[in-house]
Each structure stands twice: as C-alpha cells, then as structure tokens.
Design a protein around this ligand. Structure first.
Ligand code: NDP
Length: 492
C-alpha cells in the first residue's frame, strides 16, 4: 500500500463523491490494535458500572444526534432517511441493553462440585477477551456492526472496527462520537480501507474477529484468522423463507412480506427472499402482494420507498437471478427482465420458479421476491430446510406457528411478524450452515465476547488424598465405590 493512499465513498443514487478516507495498511491497523490493547486496562478497571455509565452516555449522545447520523447513513447507502433513523434507533436499543445487562449476565457463577468433590468451591468467571476486531457491511452500516461493537465493549473489550468501503463515513462518525464521551478514545478505534485493510485486521492479533458480510468473504476471513488461532464470529448471508399456512392472516402476511423483501432495496440479510404459501390461500396472498407492490417505487432519498443498490456490482447479480428464473419457467407478475435500471431496481415478484434456479439457491440481495405454492406446511418446511443457508425465517399461521418454527433449520424465526427478532435485544442473532456461526445480541452476544475462567478452590482438605503419590489402596476402593453408588445403578 502506498503511504498516504486514499479512497472515496459515493452517493449511490448519483455517483457523486461523498468523502475521502485513508487506506489503512498493515502498519496503521497494527498500531490501532496496539493502541486498543494499551487502552484495555483503563476500560477493564472501570468495571461493569463504570462501563455502563460510558456506554449509556454514548447511547444518549446518539439519540441526541440521531438526525445527523441518519443523514450520513442515507448519504452513503442511498436509503431513505426514515429507514436510516429506524436503523439508528435499533442500534441504540442494543447498545443500551448491552450496557445495562452485562453485569448480570457476566457475573461469576457458582456451580455444584458434586459429592466426590464436596470439599471444593467451584466458580466460573467471565473474562473479556482483550481486543475485538469488527468487520462490517454496508447494508446496515450502524445496526449491524453495533451488534458486535456494543456487546464487545459492554463485556469489557476494546474494539477496532473496519467499516465497509461503501460506508466508511458512518464508521468514522461512530468512533468520533465515542471519543467525545469516552475516558480514552483508543477504547474504540476505526480503521478505513478496502478488503486488504480487513485482511490486515484479521492478521493483527486481535483476540476475536466479528465479521458480517458474504459467505464467500467469511470463508477467507476464517481461513486468515485460523493462521493465528484467532476465533471468529461469522454473520453471513441468507435465503430467508416465508412460510404462509392456510390459517394465516393472509393480508398482513403479504403486506409485511413485501416490506421485508423490498425495503432497503432488498439489501437485508434477514429479509424475505422466497415464499412458500399453502395453495389454499396462494391466490389471495399473491394478488395482495402484487397490488401492494404496484404502489412502491425506488428513488433517491426523499423520492422513493427504497433507494438504489448501494453496491453497483450487485445489479449484475440481481439481473442474473431474474433472467435465470424466467428462462427456467418462472413467471413475473410484477416487473421482470427490464426492472434493473441502474442504480435502481424496480419491485419484482416472481412465481413458480424452479427450486434449483440460482434465484432460489443464492442470496439475491435485491428488491425481488419469489412465491411458490405448496400443498402443505410439511412441504414448505422441507423446501425451506433444503437451502445451504440458515439465517432467519418468518412463519404465518394463527394456530401452528410454533410447531412450524421449531422444525426450521435456521438461527431465528419470526411468527406472524417479520424480522422482529432483530429488534428484541435480549435474544441472540446469528445463523447456521452457510449463514455462519457464533451469536451477537442478548446474553449469548455478551458471552461470545468473553472467555470462561474456571476456579475450583479447596475449602478444606479431606483425609483421603486422591491427587497425591501417597494415594492408598483404601482411597482407590472408596473412589470406585462412590462412583458405583452414584452412577452404577440401573439407567433411569
Ligand atoms: P463482503 O463480504 O465482500 O464484504 C464485507 C466486509 O468484509 C467489508 O467490510 C469488506 O471490505 C471486508 N472484506 C473484503 N475482503 C476481505 C478480506 N479478504 N479480509 C477481511 N475483510 C474483507 O461483501 P460485499 O460488500 O462485497 O457484498 C457482497 C455480497 O455479500 C452481497 O452481494 C450480499 O449478497 C452479501 N452481503 C451480505 C450481508 C449480510 O448482512 N448478510 C451484508 C453485505 C453483503 P470492503 O468493503 O472494503 O471490500
């Protein structure tokens, strides 16, 4: 990397330059990580109550400057400012929850030592990892990375964050606001640049790396981190299904599913990508989706229901999915092959698309939705689970929601709602299969950024010593006898 090299972020609707940022290379990334490491003791010495005060002050500052933040998000992603404001509120909710609950979730736990070890006191402490690296995407440039940053900080770690090259301004703004209230700005540092800056962060010796983005890059990140045994959390893409049963509130299901698939120009990892609707209510569901879909349009912020594709090269992927689906027998009931009008994509509703088409197999990440009819919810469950992804899902049924949800191979399910699990701070967020592993949000999200330290203390010494070369034949008989007594009886 050339010393002093820079890159620019752009307004996706016009291509106009929005800002210029340094391309941080290995040495800048390493010095940011070193600075964050040096700040660790200040942050850890504050304890839970001190950190809670700082993080709640930060959340208050973010609330006070929500319009400034939303304007910046809207500028860099192209999304409507109202959506950007909603995104900031969700991020603040998580920050405040993590700050308020870290003490309770991470307090030492006392465990029963068991009869054989009755003279011991067993405790499990949770210790911060040290420095956490966060690599973020551009689709939700504050909500998504804050799902890791907030929980990592609340758990006592310091953080180095590398935002997407499409949204560096949001990342820099976040760090600047933190520095205004923090005892030491190095507790939360930002590095900017392209993919190579992310690679440098993976190699920097951070104690854990939390990544959100594509499955393809996630595999590269995991392989890079493996070289230094750096543990990773991977939040990757999805092909989230919506299952609509015959007893669903069909109109609400159609309304919410349309929003889930098209809002943010379809660039939502947990957004609806495919629908399996019971054939008994399929006509009503499909016609409602199409009627509602006709009323929404893309546009620059202030002019449409959703914005342009934030990342120009995504347009080719969206086009290829639509073309393949139609060439293979799918039908377009709204939009079609001509709906991609760079930088915008008009709403596309497809039906009867073969399950093995790329539009059903891969993440489209555009304002498109595929609706296929099924004979039963068993068929819908089987088709949902046939995907290589397993991030989120949505189930619409008045009586069987939980029963269906429990059979889905994915990390999160919303019943009679859409993406609701992302807004509930007390529940974990993450996927299975190609959608990644590890969890952010909730108690699991706090635990993810700590390690367990087991401490077992002898409260008094017993006359029989088992862990000594002086162990006697009598002690041998005692230990076998006690084990037989405890575990040697009939199973049950
Ligand atoms: P990527 O997965 O390529 O990028 C995500 C983040 O990783 C960015 O900050 C990126 O930096 C960084 N990165 C890139 N290469 C490396 C590397 N070798 N080592 C470490 N970090 C790296 O996603 P894209 O933004 O390119 O989007 C591609 C596809 O990913 C989309 O089409 C969409 O399907 C999916 N996606 C899914 C998201 C989700 O939330 N599930 C979010 C975003 C995208 P930089 O931006 O500078 O290249």
């Amino acid at each position: 990397m050339t010393q002093g090299a820079t890159f620019q972020s752009h307004l996706p609707a016009t291509g106009a330059i929005s800002g210029t940022f340094p391309i941080d290379g290995d040495s800048q990334v390493h010095s940011a990580v070193l600075a964050a490491r040096n700040a660790s003791s200040t942050w850890q010495e504050l304890g839970h109550s001190g950190r809670r005060k700082v993080l709640l002050a930060w959340s208050k500052l973010l609330i006070n400057r929500i319009d400034e933040c939303a304007a910046l998000i809207s500028e860099e992603t192209g999304k409507p400012t109202s959506d950007a404001r909603l995104e900031v509120t969700l991020a603040i909710g998580h920050l405040a929850w993590a700050a308020r609950n870290a003490h309770e979730v991470l307090r030492p736990q006392y465990r029963s030592p068991g009869i054989l070890m009755a003279n011991m006191a067993a405790t499990v402490e949770r210790s911060p990892l040290g420095v956490v690296g966060v690599i973020g995407p551009w689709n939700y440039p504050i909500f998504t990375p804050m799902g890791s940053i907030s929980y990592a900080l609340a758990a006592g770690n310091t953080v180095v964050f590398k935002p997407s090259e499409f949204t560096p301004g949001v990342g820099v703004w976040l760090a600047k606001t933190f520095s205004e209230i923090a005892p030491n700005a190095d507790i939360f540092r930002v590095v900017t640049g392209l993919g190579d800056t992310g690679r440098a962060l993976c190699e920097s010796g951070v104690n854990k790396l939390a990544f959100t983005g594509s499955t393809k890059t996630a595999k590269v990140v995991a392989a890079t981190c493996a070289k230094t045994m750096t543990p990773v959390i991977l939040e990757c893409g999805g092909k989230d299904p919506v299952l609509v049963a015959s007893d669903a509130d069909v109109k609400t299901a159609a309304d919410f599913t349309l929003w889930s698939s098209m809002s943010n120009a379809g660039q939502t990892c947990i957004g609806a990508e495919r629908v399996y609707v019971d054939e008994k209510v399929a006509d009503e569901f499909i016609s409602t989706m199409v009627e509602l879909g006709k009323k929404i349009t893309p546009g620059a912020p202030g002019h449409g229901n959703y914005g342009p594709a934030t990342m120009p090269k995504q347009l080719e992927i969206i086009q290829s999915h639509i073309t393949d689906a139609l060439n293979r027998g799918g039908q377009a009931l709204l939009g079609g092959k001509d709906s991609v009008k760079a930088p915008f994509v008009e709403p596309v509703i497809l039906v009867n698309v073969p399950e093995d088409s790329i539009a059903m197999q891969d993440e489209t990440f555009g304002p498109t939705i595929i609706i296929n009819r099924v004979k039963s919810m068993d068929e819908a469950i089987a088709l949902s689970n046939a995907s290589r992804y397993g991030l989120g899902a949505s189930v619409w049924s008045k009586r069987h929601g939980k029963e269906i949800a429990s059979q889905l191979q994915c990390g999160m399910v919303a019943i009679n709602s859409t993406i609701s699990f992302a807004a509930v701070a007390s529940v974990p967020f993450g996927g299975v299969k190609d959608s990644g592993y590890g969890r952010i949000h909730g108690p699991e999200g706090l635990l993810e950024f700590t390690y367990a330290r087991t401490i077992v203390r002898a409260r008094f010494q017993i006359p029989l010593s088992f862990t000594s070369f002086r162990r006697s034949a009598f002690a041998d008989r005692i230990i076998v006898g006690v084990i037989k007594l405890l575990h040697g009886r009939s199973i049950g």
